[in-house]
Design a protein around this ligand. Structure first.
Ligand code: HEM
Length: 129
């Protein structure tokens, strides 16, 4: 019997997850649609890129790189220093949806990713509007 494929495998393993994260931050860096969340990040996106890659690796069932290096993600708590309202959530999802669409994933995988990310991004809101 073959093992069921993990989401990590469906995304193309390390190469696929890295490419998704790279597209996401390239969009954030260059799109007026994401200017407010870009301004929340440091000038260099290198560290953000590495951390999101490490997090998504474990989150999707691959090597738990983030956990090994930084411990439990406690994502909501780690986002508290940043003001995240609907606008910021929607800008984050704007970038991620486009990064997913550019990925040539199976449509069911793309849909699953979008749903899960919209739930996590909404959970990250720490401002009323
Ligand atoms: C809802 C809108 C969001 C905004 C505005 C936002 C913004 C930020 C900012 C400004 C940072 C700090 C950058 C850094 O330390 O390199 C950060 C870190 C991070 N974000 Fe987000 N984020 C959002 C949603 C998400 C979501 C949905 C995920 C996961 C799917 C995520 C995963 C991470 C991770 C893993 C880190 C690094 C945490 C750390 O170790 O400090 N973020 N985010």
């Amino acid at each position: 019997m073959t093992e069921p494929q993990s989401l990590y495998d469906l995304l193309g393993g390390e190469t696929g997850v890295r490419a998704l994260v790279d597209r996401f931050y390239a969009l954030m860096d260059s799109s007026p649609e994401a200017k407010d969340i870009r301004a929340l990040h440091a000038t260099s996106l290198k560290q953000s890129r590495e951390k999101l890659f490490m997090f998504l690796s474990g989150w999707s069932g691959g090597p738990p790189l983030y956990m090994r290096k930084f411990g439990h993600p406690k994502l909501r708590m780690r986002h508290m220093p940043f003001s995240i309202a609907e606008r910021e959530r929607d800008q984050w999802l704007w970038c991620m949806d486009r990064a997913i669409d550019a990925g040539n994933f199976d449509p069911a995988v793309a849909e699953h990713l979008k749903t899960r990310f919209s739930e996590i991004a909404d959970f990250m809101r720490n401002q009323g509007v």
